[in-house]
Design a protein around this ligand. Structure first.
Ligand SMILES: [Mg+2]
Length: 232
């Protein structure tokens, strides 16, 4: 059970979306399969592996400011086609994939019950690095949409986590200014936890794979989402 008003340390809980609430691996695989099918390219496990690698590299380049959202949509497919030797138009594939990904909403275990448990006591805001049309459509059709007071998407703002301005925009959207009353929950040390540290708020690292936090030092570390109900 979430704590009562007097015991609460926070008012605002910021949530990352992918691999924190949504099972991005499952969403990505289903979207890729559908997009390749649309383009009449045969599906294989290797295709998924190569795409996932190309996508990770593209987002890493994006986080460093080397790629825009627009370029990322097709450049990851250019890389994918290069890795697999498949011949196709990367821009066409990129557009098919974005369309198919927008329909993928598989949640991680415990996501729904955790948000339901927290929503009565906290203001919840989603803060996600992603393509605006994809994230808006995914969230709109999702069972968790009603728990969030606001959604902040990097594609809309032109900057992305770990830029602390993402969190500043989230706090401003719900009119909360006191940083000691905010906490961010996310799976990524380099974007979510880094952004929280740079913004000067508490951080909760969802460490589902049991990795090491290194010198990031999140305020809390959890292995599964439902642990939030004990912390918050
Ligand atoms: Mg994430």
């Amino acid at each position: 059970m979430p704590k009562g008003p007097d015991a609460r340390r926070y008012d605002l809980v910021l949530f990352d979306a992918d691999d924190t609430l949504f099972d991005f691996g499952a969403c990505e695989a289903a979207a890729l399969k559908a997009a390749l099918e649309d383009a009449r390219i045969p599906w294989s496990d290797r295709a998924l592996e190569e795409y996932a690698g190309a996508n990770r590299d593209a987002w890493a380049a994006f986080e460093k400011g080397l790629l825009t959202h627009e370029d990322l949509k097709w450049r990851r497919f250019e890389d994918f086609l290069g890795r697999t030797g498949i011949e196709a138009d990367p821009r066409v594939l990129g557009a098919l994939y974005v369309d198919r990904l927008s329909d993928q909403r598989t949640l991680l275990p415990g996501a729904e019950e955790t948000l339901r448990g927290l929503a009565s006591s906290y203001i919840l805001v989603l803060v996600t690095n992603g393509i605006t049309e994809v994230q808006r459509r995914r969230l709109k059709g999702s069972s968790i949409a009603s728990y969030f007071s606001a959604t902040i998407i990097s594609g809309e703002l032109g900057f992305a986590k770990p830029d602390p301005r993402m969190l500043e925009a989230a706090a401003r959207a719900v009119g909360i200014a006191e940083k000691s009353r905010m906490v961010i929950v996310g799976d990524s040390l380099s974007s979510d936890i880094r952004a929280g540290l740079d913004f000067g708020i508490d951080t909760i690292w969802l460490n589902g794979r049991g990795g090491s936090a290194g010198d990031a030092r999140p305020t809390y570390e959890i292995r599964s989402l439902v642990e939030l109900l004990a912390i918050l």
